[in-house]
Design a protein around this ligand. Structure first.
Ligand SMILES: [Zn+2]
Length: 299
């Protein structure tokens, strides 16, 4: 009798345990209310355009300076005249390239940042543009959450609240955010390096699992360590970098780690802008250009 009670208790415990839903990758484009995340080909830099199912838009970083960053053309072609919010991951120029222009020419609701801006000219011009257009800034840190309309949730995982960012390497001041819509999640780490990854593993391990990883620091060997990659466990990995860039991003070590992990890799330097759409259960991915086919070794 006692055994029967125990078995019933075990069965109930199993049935009530949360089931981690795995999203399904589909070939056909998704219709209806979908979240769209575009990793924009801006050359050697970072820029993501996020569009909620209700049509609210958000920009995460604004690529590098120079003509190779065709962000303004990209936004114009898509008729983007309003951004509910803009996120600045950190204050390096390859993420702020067209930020001043964006703030000056597009109606922006607010800027989300870690609150730390370097004293370089590009940072000062971004702050000036915010002041000119009276755009409010929301400073966030680990533990904070914010939304882009209904159901599109952002969870901030780094930097820690009250951290002295002036003493940090600028890459490690990067805002690390997890974007979740339904059962589908994206890990966006800016240029955070191994030190930040170690801190995330210590303090936020249970929050790191995600379906899509925007690979840290453009595929540099200073990010995307094995333990971190195992914790995120991404089915899809995206590297944003410029073709033949002078930093030799992405590094082979990172490509090997992603291949070993079995993540499907997309690269903006080879495939242009990558567009991910999801209804919260299924994911569809489009690339601007086909991936180059490997040239077989000469016999
Ligand atoms: Zn960068």
């Amino acid at each position: 009798m006692r055994l029967r009670v125990l078995l019933v208790a075990v069965c109930l415990a199993v049935l009530s345990a949360p089931v981690l839903a795995q999203p399904v990758f589909v070939e056909a484009p998704l219709e209806g209310k979908v979240l769209k995340v575009q990793i924009v080909d801006v050359g050697q830099g970072d820029c993501l355009l996020v569009e909620s199912p209700e049509g609210k838009r958000m920009l995460i970083d604004a690529g590098a300076m120079g003509r190779k960053n065709r962000l303004m053309d990209f936004l114009k072609e898509r008729g983007v005249t309003e951004l509910e919010q803009v996120l600045v991951s950190h204050s390096h120029a390859d993420h702020l390239g067209k930020m001043q222009k964006v703030l000056q020419t597009i109606k922006v609701g607010r800027v989300i940042s870690n609150g730390y801006f370097h004293t370089t000219g590009i940072n000062l011009r971004v702050l000036e543009a915010m002041k000119e257009r009276s755009i409010p800034m929301k400073v966030v840190a680990a533990g904070d959450t914010f939304k882009l309309g209904e159901g599109v949730e952002f969870q901030v995982l780094h930097p820690e609240k009250g951290a002295d960012l002036e003493d940090e390497d600028v890459n490690n001041t990067s805002l690390v955010v997890k974007l979740t819509y339904g059962d589908v999640s994206f890990m966006l780490t800016g240029d955070a390096e191994h030190d930040t990854e170690a801190q995330l593993l210590d303090d936020h391990l249970k929050d790191l699992d995600a379906d899509v990883l925007k690979v840290g620091h453009h595929g540099s060997q200073t990010a995307c360590g094995n333990r971190f990659l195992n914790a995120v466990s991404p089915t899809v990995a995206i590297i944003s970098c410029g073709l033949n860039n002078r930093y030799a991003h992405p590094r082979q070590k990172v490509l090997d780690a992603l291949a070993k992990h079995g993540s499907k890799l997309f690269r903006t330097d080879q495939e242009g802008t990558i567009t991910i759409t999801t209804d919260g259960k299924k994911i569809h991915i489009d690339q601007e250009k086909p991936a180059p086919t490997a040239v077989p070794d000469a016999a």
